[in-house]
Write a protein that binds this ligand. Structure first.
Ligand SMILES: [Zn+2]
Length: 72
């Protein structure tokens, strides 16, 4: 499950576009809305604990090792 923060300007301060993904702290698998509702990670079978993974686009060049989002 990811929360997208679009770039914006608040009080003259530019906020970079960023993406916060909630992942399982046990296996690092992204937590889907369904898993968030059930509280159990379907990847490792453990009750997932929230761990936020933040991606920030500072440049247009993708980072090495970047995940492909949207795969379930
Ligand atoms: Zn897991």
């Amino acid at each position: 499950m990811k929360i997208l923060q679009e770039a914006q300007k608040i009080d003259g301060v530019k906020i970079c576009r960023s993406e916060t993904e909630i992942v399982c702290s046990n296996c690092q698998d992204p937590v889907s809305e369904q898993e968030q509702a059930s509280g159990t990670c379907t990847n490792c079978g453990e009750p997932w604990q929230p761990k936020q993974s933040v991606s920030v686009w500072a440049t247009s060049v993708p980072k090495a090792g970047a995940k492909t989002w949207g795969q379930l």
